[in-house]
Design a binder for this molecule. Sequence first.
Ligand SMILES: [Zn+2]
Length: 297
Amino acid sequence: MQCNKCRRDAVLFQKYSGQHLCEHHVEAYVEAKAKHEIRRNRWILPGDHIAVVLTGNPGSAALLYFLKKLTSLRRDIKISAIALDEGITGYHDTGTASWIAESLETECFTGSFLETFGVTLDEIAHRKGAGSSCMYCRVFRNFLLNRIAKDQGVTKLASAETLDDDAVYVLKHILGGTPEILIHTERNFSIVPIIRPFITLPLNEVELYTGLHNLKYEHSTCPYMNNAIENDVRTLLNDFTLRHPATKYALHNLGIHINEECATMANTVSAYEQCGEPADGICQSCRILSEETVHGA
Ligand SMILES: [Zn+2]
C-alpha cells in the first residue's frame, strides 16, 4: 500500500483517519501533532529547563529524542532527563534509561525509592499487597520527581503519556465513579508542572516513531501491572477501539470538556493545608508519605 501523501510504501494505516503513511510522513505527522500541543498549551517558554521522565520505555526514549531535536537550535532551553529506580526486581533498570540519555548526549539525574524512602516497591507490594502497589508507586514517584526537579532547577517535567494513557485515565475514573478527579484544580506552586507533548498520539504511532530512529528501550513490563484496574480498562478499550476507531480521541476530548466545564466548581474544593492539593481532609498522597515518614527527609 502506498502513502497517501507521496508514492513511498506505507508503514502505518490510521484506521481513525483512513490514511496510509510512509516512514517519512509518520515522522512528520508525529512531530507536527506534538508541536501543536506544545504551542497550544504554551508548554515551552524561553529559559525553560525541561527534564524528560525517562522510564526506559519506547515513549520516553522517543520524547527525549523529539525534544532534543525540537530545541537543538534553542540556546535558552535546556533538556535533561530523570530516571527512577523503584526497586522492582527485573524491571526499570536505570541502566537502560542512562544508556538512552547518554546516546542522546543528555544529562540524566537519578533517584531511588530505597535511598529516599528506605523501602523498595517489592517490599511495599509484599507488605501492603500487590493490589495497592501502583498507588504507592505513583505517590512515591511524584514526590521523588518533584524533589529532584526542584533540586536541579527543572522548570517542567516532560511525561511521555500517549492518547492511550489519557483515554484509559478518563474511562477508569468514569467507570470507577470518580469523574471529579478529571478536574484539574489550581495547582500548588511548589509542584513542578508536567507537560505531555504526545498526549494526542496513539501509542502505536509513538512506538513506530521510536523504531524509525533505532532508539534503544526496555521491553519488560511491570510485574504488578496485572493487579491494576488500568490494565482491565486498557484491554476493554483496545477491544472496543477495534470496531470504533475514534473512541480514544472521544475520551480525550471528554476529559478536556469535563475539565473546562467544571473549572469554576473545582476552585471551591478546599485544599489540604500541608500540600495545597484539593482534598477532603488529609490528601491521600500526604497520608502515604507520612506513613513512610519521608516528609522533610
Ligand atoms: Zn509519504
